[in-house]
Write a protein that binds this ligand. Structure first.
Ligand code: DHB
Ligand code: MG
Length: 617
């Protein structure tokens, strides 16, 4: 399998696109016609620029509305083709993508189309180029790959082959099994694309909402399995028409594309990478704060029932614990945490995850071309494997089979022993990002970890809609909620603005007694998020709850939800320096995140946004 991407998938100038494509590790590129037209230089220079990047032009595309035309359009089509083939000679491109005709002028008929392609094959021969014919799902007469293949078969010309594009096959819900009987040597190359399930016009869906395999809802794997069963081992090329991708950094999008293909190959040929990582526990969450801010954060931790359980043997780093939760405060004057604190303010700088085999986890991340982080390892310190995650924060891996199991003991001087407390472990980690980054991080987490995703939902913030998606490991040890908003004033967006980028916005702790947790917080003077009476009045009516039960919730500012999976309780703290906040949840079987309560919570937070932060000691 050789990896390529069409230039139409990225934003930027052609030079920027090619640099990003080469940097991401691709071997080939499809040159989109518009990129040539917009280029201020000779086509031959484009060819040189591509080859200087170590890339190969796998195709020039697209050549449109050719087959089945009446005169005079038919003759004009041949004239146009000659101009394009000459251009391909200059570029150094051997293959051209001819897509099925969408013109209302075009005439149907498999034999007519086959005859046109055969004749075009003769022209192609004189230029030394080859045609690949692709059925567009919205083609006027040809929209099924079985028809395009029949046309290619009847054209019966050595310069005429087939191009398959997973998007057109899957968008039309065509069966993939017949792909298996197409001879591999008649397939010029193959395009892959995924997309979210959407009930909309095919052309609009195709031209604006495609995404990389692994980012959408289509069964690209079945398409690929049928393809590979033919023995095909040529180019696999991303062709992603997506408005958001074109607005985003070409470098990041190209990296996502490469990762998508590496993961696709890993699913089709398991064993090329170590298996997807199964998270066993969230071992710690590390906060970068300045020395001045540290006491306020310590007071929040103490108010939540955490105790100082360790001091790092050589660094300005402390460990706060309760149950199986470890929170780390890093005020080191140098290093990554400090730079993060300077750039982003007080923030989550790292998450430590316990996995079965930390070295294998790192090897998988490297195989997926994630950015491995190698920090300085001081005397007596462990070299904990880490990769760069959201917003440049770190994801550390520990395991229980190496010295990493004893990280607390090795690196920290014990203070108090770990108190039991009402909070037992981390329930979920919620991260905010821009809408175009959602797909980046979704692909990052899904390709690295053995996690599943829940459908994307829209949450209403007073200032706009927030797209929200949750990922969870099989036993739900790791749950990550991703939030993104296009509005500039939603909480998710304010977080991005004030925080200068994506990151962890809140952390939810699990308790098995929310009332005890609430009382402990009240006793220690921790202010929680005030919830309006209207919410409780509605709750009682909507869910038919006992008034006494609702009173208990109201007294303690506890949010409640129930569904077919069980019952759910939530309390929120106020935000720390307007940056991040904490949530306490109790689950009685419930598997969700209290989506019906999110607008209430967001409205309450919006009211407090510019008021003094916690705690009120
Ligand atoms: O939408 C289009 O025009 C178009 C062009 C070329 C392709 O390969 C394709 O899949 C779609
Ligand atoms: Mg295509």
């Amino acid at each position: 399998m050789k990896f390529s991407i069409a230039t139409v998938s990225l934003g930027g100038t052609l030079a920027e696109k090619l640099a990003a494509i080469a940097n991401a590790g691709f071997d080939g590129v499809e040159i989109f016609e518009a990129d040539v037209l917009a280029y201020d230089g000779r086509p031959a220079d484009i060819g040189t620029m591509v080859r200087d990047h170590g890339l190969e032009i796998i195709a020039f595309q697209p050549f449109r509305d050719f087959e089945g035309m009446p005169e005079p359009q038919r003759s004009r089509g041949f004239e146009r083709a000659k101009r394009k083939f000459a251009l391909m000679n200059e570029l150094g491109a051997e293959d051209v993508l001819v897509c099925s005709n969408v013109s209302p002028l075009s005439l149907g008929g498999i034999d007519r189309a086959a005859a046109d392609l055969r004749e075009l094959g003769d022209v192609a021969e004189t230029f030394g180029v080859r045609l690949g014919y692709e059925a567009l799902a919205f083609g006027r007469h040809v929209w099924d790959y079985r028809d395009s293949w029949e046309i290619v078969r009847r054209a019966d010309h050595p310069r005429v082959g087939l191009i398959l594009d997973s998007w057109h096959v899957l968008a039309r819900k065509l069966p993939v099994a017949p792909i298996a009987s197409i001879p591999a040597d008649r397939i010029v190359f193959v395009q892959v694309a995924d997309a979210p399930a959407m009930d909309m016009d095919l052309l609009q869906w195709s031209r604006h909402f495609r995404n990389f395999p692994g980012q959408g809802d289509m069964d690209v794997d079945s398409f690929m399995r049928a393809l590979l069963s033919t023995g095909y081992d040529g180019w696999i090329s991303h062709e992603i028409f997506n408005d958001r991708f074109r607005m985003a950094s070409p470098r990041r999008i190209a990296e996502d594309g490469e990762r998508s293909l590496i993961w696709l190959r890993d699913r089709l040929e398991p064993g090329t990478l170590p298996p997807r990582v199964v998270p066993e526990a969230v071992e710690w969450i590390e906060f970068a704060v300045s020395e001045e801010e540290a006491p306020a954060l310590e007071a929040v931790f103490a108010g939540l029932g955490f105790r100082l359980t360790g001091r790092h043997r050589s660094k300005d780093v402390t460990r706060w614990s309760q149950g199986a939760i470890n929170l780390v405060i890093n005020t080191e004057p140098d290093g990554l945490a400090h730079s993060q604190q300077i750039v982003h303010g007080p923030s989550v700088v790292a998450i430590g995850l316990r996995v079965a085999d930390a070295a294998a986890a790192l090897a998988r991340a490297e195989g997926l071309r994630m950015h491995v982080y190698r920090g300085e390892v001081g005397v007596g310190e462990l070299d904990v494997p880490a990769v760069r995650g959201i917003g440049g924060s770190l994801l550390y891996f520990t395991d229980s089979k190496t010295d990493l199991a004893r990280v607390w003991e090795i690196e920290f001087e014990p203070v108090e022993s770990v108190p039991p407390g009402p909070l037992s472990r981390i329930d979920h980690i919620s991260q905010s990002m821009t809408p175009d980054e959602m797909l980046t991080w979704r692909l990052f987490y899904l390709s690295l970890f053995d996690v599943e995703r829940t459908p994307q939902v829209d949450v209403i913030d007073p200032a706009g809609v927030v797209e929200s998606m949750a990922l969870h490991s099989p036993d739900r040890t790791l749950r990550i909620c991703m939030n993104a908003s296009a509005s500039e004033r939603t909480q998710a967006s304010r977080f991005l603005d004030e925080f200068f980028g994506a990151g962890t916005q809140h952390i939810a702790f699990l308790t098995d007694d929310i009332f005890a947790a609430a009382e402990a917080m009240q006793a220690s003077g921790m202010a929680t998020l005030p919830i309006p009476d209207n919410y409780y009045d509605d709750l009682e009516a909507r869910l038919g709850l006992e008034p006494e039960f609702v009173e208990r919730l109201r007294d303690r500012g506890i949010l409640y939800d129930e569904d077919e999976t069980g019952r759910f309780f939530q309390i929120y703290t106020r935000a720390f320096k307007e940056r991040f906040f904490f949530e306490i949840v109790e689950r009685e079987g419930y598997t969700g995140y209290g989506a019906p309560n999110a607008p209430i919570r967001l409205a309450a937070q919006a009211r407090l946004a510019r008021q003094p932060a916690i705690p009120r000691l």
